[in-house]
Design a protein around this ligand. Structure first.
Ligand code: BGC
Length: 470
């Protein structure tokens, strides 16, 4: 496909600190809630943890070499809060070693022509704050402590980092951490996750305000949030299933996106949740509304949505991959990820999202994560695993459809980050599920690039060689 892309289009890969860094107690780092959770028996499928992961706190030079060779022009990674401020709070010590580490890392990326895109919070809350006052459940404390941590990062890294993401996927943080209990800190119930989500929105918004008030003019960067959602395709065109698909998006994406881009929670969410949904004060909502310079979206798959069921978290919508004619939506079926055909459909979400919110706020979008776990890849020897044709097909489907949307339909998407440059610690799945374009032998830390690495490299290269055209 040949088509122009905006010259400032970001192409690259994404990772997260706990999933790759390892070195949990090196250079003054304190535990995060993910250390505690992953060391609790029964929480991680294969009984593993992130103590070593891809050993990237030490092997970061290798990671940068892989990125450079891949042709990426940017790299989205997260900073570990409990490295920067080990006890987490305002008034607690700032760790000079960690500042030095990330500073050198950022400068090395830049020297290699790779733009750092920094996520401040990808789920690794300092355990000390969880113990001290309940972490994300305590609005008064956590908002101020998060802003203090964010401000510390802006102060030390903001001359070099021009792209900030406050939180990664507040839906996962709140729902998986405080409703289903699948993620740290492992709480279950139907109320806490609304409180946590609300506090995440406030922490995000006040950190953005601090950046805009104190740093943006001199540092000249952008700041926003990354939300996640699968494209919800109505099961059929009956009015109730069309409405179910919309409701599902309101419960997954709208509960975060609407306050930020519209200034209120979706009405349907308010009606169903009643007074379990916290309210913003007037001052708070004035800070939340408009608090993202771009629309960051992580999107991996498409689900069919139909009316019914009693899963309140999903807005009482049922999801399936089986179409009304009994066939599957896609063929390469893992628990939640399908094939290249579905990848194409999945891009619709980015398009609708841009168009859906654009009339309210003139923001562009970035696909901040998109990727594919090949079914059964963890059982293969390295020479077979690197021949990941299903992942190639998936990336081909997604990038082709996305670039068509950008070029032919003028959808304002300004970035694309594949998940991920390396196989890594896949949260509650441990090392059983691999998303990398590079195979990692976790016993030796040997890295071997897969076919998908070469495929995406060609995509980047074609763009370069044709002067911005694909
Ligand atoms: C998360 C990543 C995760 C990926 C694949 C996203 O929800 O941000 O941390 O590894 O999905 O499951």
């Amino acid at each position: 496909m040949t088509a122009k892309l905006p010259s400032d289009f970001l192409w690259g890969y994404a990772t997260a600190s706990y999933q790759i860094e390892g070195s949990p107690d090196v250079q003054g780092r304190s535990p995060s809630i993910w250390d505690t959770f992953s060391h609790t028996p029964g929480k991680i499928k294969d009984g593993s943890n992130g103590d070593v992961a891809t050993d990237s706190y030490r092997r970061w030079g290798e990671d940068i070499a892989l990125l450079k060779l891949s042709g990426a022009n940017s790299y989205r990674f997260s900073i570990s809060w409990s490295r920067i401020i080990p006890q987490g709070g305002r008034g607690d010590l700032i760790n000079a070693d960690a500042i030095e580490h990330y500073g050198v890392f950022i400068e090395t990326l830049r020297k290699n022509g790779i733009k750092p895109v920094v996520t401040l919070y990808h789920w690794d809350l300092p355990q000390a704050l969880h113990d001290r006052y309940g972490g994300w459940l305590n609005k008064e404390e956590i908002v101020q402590d998060y802003v203090n941590y964010a401000r510390t990062c802006f102060r030390y890294f903001g001359d070099s980092v021009k792209d900030w993401i406050t939180h990664n996927e507040p839906w996962c943080i709140s729902v998986l951490g405080y409703a289903t209990g699948a993620f740290a800190p492992g709480h279950k119930g139907d109320t806490e996750h609304w409180i946590v989500a609300h506090n995440l929105l406030l922490a995000h918004a006040y950190a953005v305000k601090a950046y805009r008030d104190e740093f943006q003019a001199s540092q000249g960067g952008q700041i926003g949030i990354t939300l996640d959602c699968s494209w919800q395709m109505p099961y059929d065109d009956s009015p109730e299933n069309v409405a179910a698909a919309q409701r599902s998006i309101a419960f997954k994406l709208g509960r975060f996106a609407d306050p930020i881009y519209k200034g209120h929670y979706p009405k349907i969410v308010k009606d169903m949740i009643g007074d379990r949904l916290p309210e913003f004060t007037e001052e708070e909502i004035s800070v939340v509304k408009g608090s993202s310079d771009f629309f960051g979206l992580n999107t991996y798959t498409t689900q069919l949505a139909m009316e019914g069921g009693d899963n309140e978290i999903q807005g009482n919508v049922k999801n399936t991959f089986t179409k009304p004619d009994g066939t599957q939506l896609g063929k390469e079926c893992t628990s939640s990820h399908l094939d290249e055909h579905v990848a194409k459909l999945t891009t619709i979400l980015a398009q609708r999202m841009c168009l859906g919110y654009r009339h309210i706020l003139p923001v562009s979008a970035r696909v901040t994560e998109n990727g594919f776990p090949v079914k059964g890849e963890n059982t293969l020897e390295v020479d077979k695993a690197i021949n990941d044709t299903a992942r190639v097909d998936y990336f081909e489907g997604y990038t082709d459809a996305l670039l068509r949307a950008v070029n032919e339909d003028g959808v304002p998407v300004k970035g694309y980050f594949a998940w991920s440059i390396l196989d890594n610690f896949e949260w509650a799945d441990g090392y059983d599920t691999r998303f990398g374009v590079t195979y990692v032998d976790f016993a030796t830390q040997r890295r071997t690039t897969k076919s998908s690495y070469d495929f995406l490299k060609k995509v980047w290269k074609r763009r370069r060689h044709s002067g911005g055209a694909l």
